[in-house]
Design a binder for this molecule. Structure first.
Ligand code: GRF
Length: 211
C-alpha cells in the first residue's frame, strides 16, 4: 500500500475528491494524513471525520520559510509518505523542501501551465481574452508552478464568464484529473522520459477536453 500525505490550506475539495476516489476505487493506497498550514482549514474536519490523521503546522509560528519547511518536513516524514499531494496548499516551498520530495510530490494549479503561474489565474485569463482555460497536475520542482506535467484538462471560456464562473468550471475538471493523476502514481503507471512524464501502461490520455 502506498502512503499518501495530502497538504491543504483551506476548503480541501481536491483532497476530498482524492480521499473518496481512493476508497471507492480501491486504490493500492491509503491516505496516511492530511496536513494544513492553517488551523482553520475547513478540509481538516472532513479528514478527521473519515478517521484520517490530521496535523497543523501553522506558518505564522515560524520566522522564515526555511524554519517552517523544516518543521513541515518533520511532520510529513512522520507519516512516511510515498507521495506528497499538494491540494490547494498555498505556501511557496523552499528548494530544500522540493528537493526532499523530488519526483514524489504533486501539485494542482488552476491554469494551463506554463501560462498563468501564481495567483488569480482566472482573472488573468479573462483579462487576456483567453478562449479556453483549464487545470494542470504536475510534479513539484523548486520553480513555482513548474515541473513535469502529469495531466491537463481544458475547459471553454464562455461568453459572460466572470472569475467565479470560470473557477467553478475549472474546479469540476480538477476533481476529475487530480484523483486520476494520483491513482496513476500509486499504481506506478507513470514513467519519466527525461524531464517529462508519460503514462506507460496502455498510453492513457493525459488530456481531458471538456465542452
Ligand atoms: C484549487 O483551485 C486548486 O487548483 C488551487 O487552489 C484551489 C484549492 O481548492 N491550487 P480546494 O482547497 O482543493 O477546494
Amino acid at each position: 500500500m502506498k502512503r499518501l500525505v495530502i497538504l491543504i490550506s483551506g476548503r480541501g475539495s481536491n483532497m476530498e475528491a482524492i480521499v473518496q476516489a481512493c476508497a471507492a476505487e480501491g486504490w493500492p493506497a491509503t491516505v496516511a494524513a492530511v496536513v494544513s498550514n492553517r488551523p482553520d482549514a475547513a478540509g481538516l474536519a472532513f479528514a478527521a471525520a473519515r478517521g484520517i490523521a490530521t496535523a497543523v503546522v501553522d506558518h505564522k509560528a515560524y520566522g522564515s520559510r526555511e524554519a517552517f519547511d523544516a518543521e513541515l518536513a518533520r511532520v510529513v516524514d512522520g507519516f512516511s509518505p510515498d507521495l506528497v499531494v499538494l491540494a490547494g496548499f498555498m505556501r511557496i516551498l523552499t528548494p530544500g523542501f522540493t528537493a526532499r520530495y523530488a519526483r514524489r510530490m504533486l501539485n494542482i494549479h488552476p491554469s494551463l501551465l506554463p501560462a498563468f503561474t501564481g495567483l488569480h489565474t482566472h482573472e488573468r485569463a479573462l483579462a487576456m481574452g483567453c478562449k479556453v482555460a483549464g487545470v494542470t497536475v504536475h510534479f513539484v520542482t523548486a520553480e513555482l508552478d513548474h515541473g513535469a506535467i502529469v495531466m491537463q484538462a481544458v475547459v471553454p471560456v464562455q461568453p459572460g464568464d466572470d472569475a467565479q464562473a470560470l473557477a467553478a468550471r475549472v474546479l469540476a475538471a480538477e476533481h476529475r484529473i487530480y484523483p486520476q493523476s494520483v491513482r496513476w502514481c500509486v499504481e506506478d503507471a507513470l514513467a519519466w522520459d527525461g524531464d517529462a512524464v508519460v503514462h506507460h501502461r496502455g498510453g492513457a490520455p493525459q488530456q481531458l477536453l471538456l465542452d
